[in-house]
Every structure is written in structure tokens, then in C-alpha cells.
Ligand binder design. Structure first.
Ligand code: ZN
Length: 274
């Protein structure tokens, strides 16, 4: 599943290919994504110029004068810009046809989304899908103090809190395990036990982990293709994730794993004592 770093990598890729370019039309071959692609997408986008490409959580926001196209890659979606597009193949659901090429949305599992938010409806951040998202990790609002405040009055495990996305967006399963290892906090620790110092450490660890992943071009995903069509994204050099039974790279103790709700958690029992 594309995580925040992958989506950020796609966003940066799109900046170089479609920013300030004009759309001629949209071709929707399959509108049944997670929510229906608007039937009038071409009417919304015809002649519109891409004014900005932003990201909120794992949503890409393509801003136009008349509104914003909100795109989510779901479990298996990809966006690919092609100056000379080949004929569409299976799962190539939507083409945005520009004057200089095609931005093609491909999504075998169809859990993604492509929605139009009219300018008159207010800022896209007020859209129901976006309005309740936690703070952006790279925004000035995020840090140890924010995590400390967000974790008072709750006894949920810190890893669950991170995955919920209500305190901070973008810390998916791989990045939660890796960030908690960096911060030397056991994933099962109830959040009310985290003092300010550990919240500070965790905030720093989250930023470092996400930054590393963005630098490496995103990490997860077999079927992930970058916006320019380059595949073969670098594997994140994981410290604990996916390394059950292997020696911790810091202390040599065997990395442990546990599955909760279909998600695997990895930690070092020695480096992450509580
Ligand atoms: Zn260790």
C-alpha cells in the first residue's frame, strides 16, 4: 500500500511533469473506484491548468482554478505520466489528457479514489475525507509537545495510536515499527506512560524515518510505480521491520514479532524495554 513517503515521492515527480500544464480532457474507462469517479470529470477539468500539487496525509491534491482533484492511491494505485502513452491496458482506469502527454491512473484493486472538490465548496481541507486527519508530520504543529498532548488521557498502545492517524498522519505499519525502534520505545507501551522526553524522541524518530523513506524514493509496494513510470523503488533499510528472529543491528538480540489485527509489529526486546 502506498504510504505517505511514496505519495510524497509521487507528488514531487508530478511537479516536474504536470505543474502549470493544461488538461484537455479526462477519459474515464472505469468509474468504480472506492467511490465513483465523477461522470462529469472532463467538464470539471477541461482547459484547467494545474496550479499546485499538494499532499494531505496520503491524499494528493491537484489544485485548479475551478476546484481541486483529490486523488488517493488506495491499496494498489499508481499515477504515471507518459509523454507518448501506449494504448491503455487492464486496470488503466483514468487518463488525464494534457497538451503534452497523459497522466494515467492504474489500480488493480480499485480501492483508490479520484474526486472533484468544487472551488465554491470551500478549501479542500474541509472535504469530509480530509477534515479529520491528524497533523502533518512535516508541519510546524508536529513535535514532541504535540505528541505529548495527543497522548494524555488514553491507554492505547503507542503503535495503535500512530496507525490510527489521529495524532499524526502518515506513520503506517512499517514506519511505526521503525520509528519506535529509533526512539527505543516498545510498540505495546500504553501512551499515558510516555513522558515528554520520550514524546520528543519519538517525534524526532518519526521525522527521521519518514525523511529517509522519502529520500530513498518510498519503500513498500510490489506494484508501486512512481509518477514517471520508474519502478524498482529502493527498499527501506529496515532496522526491525520484516526482520523477525534476526539479530538487532544495535545490540544483536533477536528481533521479535507479533501480529495484531492482521498487522505485524517488530521490535527489539533489549533496545525497546518499555
Ligand atoms: Zn537491540
Amino acid at each position: 500500500m502506498p504510504e505517505l513517503p511514496e505519495v510524497e515521492v509521487v507528488r514531487r515527480g508530478l511537479q516536474s511533469s504536470i505543474l502549470d500544464r493544461r488538461i484537455e480532457r479526462a477519459e474515464v474507462r472505469e468509474s468504480r473506484l472506492r467511490w465513483p469517479v465523477p461522470a462529469n470529470l472532463t467538464d470539471c477539468l477541461r482547459g484547467e491548468r494545474v496550479l499546485a500539487i499538494e499532499r494531505r496525509g496520503k491524499y494528493l491534491l491537484l489544485r485548479f482554478a475551478g476546484g481541486t482533484l483529490i486523488v488517493h492511491l488506495g491499496m494498489s494505485g499508481s499515477l504515471r505520466f507518459m509523454p507518448r502513452p501506449p494504448p491503455p491496458v487492464r486496470h488503466d482506469h483514468v487518463d488525464l489528457v494534457f497538451e503534452h502527454g497523459v497522466l494515467r491512473y492504474h489500480d488493480p484493486r480499485r480501492f483508490g479514489a479520484m474526486l472533484w472538490h468544487r472551488g465554491e465548496a470551500g478549501p479542500p481541507e474541509s472535504h469530509p475525507l480530509l477534515v479529520r486527519l491528524g497533523v502533518e508530520p512535516f508541519s510546524p504543529q508536529f513535535g514532541g509537545e504535540h505528541l505529548f498532548r495527543a497522548t494524555r488521557g488514553s491507554r492505547v498502545a503507542i503503535k495503535q495510536l500512530l496507525l490510527a492517524g489521529t495524532a499524526v498522519v502518515g506513520v503506517g505499519n512499517i514506519y511505526a515499527s521503525e520509528s519506535l525502534f529509533r526512539a527505543r520505545i516498545r510498540p505495546s507501551t500504553p501512551v499515558h506512560r510516555l513522558g515528554r522526553a520520550r514524546c520528543d524522541r519519538l517525534a524526532v524518530a518519526i521525522l527521521a524515518t519518514l525523511s529517509d523513506a522519502i529520500e530513498r524514493g518510498g519503500s513498500s509496494l510490489r506494484d508501486f510505480v512512481g509518477s514517471d513510470g520508474s519502478s524498482g523503488y529502493f527498499q527501506l533499510d529496515c532496522q526491525v521491520y520484516g526482520r523477525a528472529g534476526q539479530p538487532c543491528r544495535v545490540c544483536g538480540t533477536a528481533v521479535r514479532t507479533r501480529r495484531d489485527q492482521q498487522r505485524a509489529t517488530y521490535w527489539c526486546p533489549r533496545c525497546q524495554r518499555g
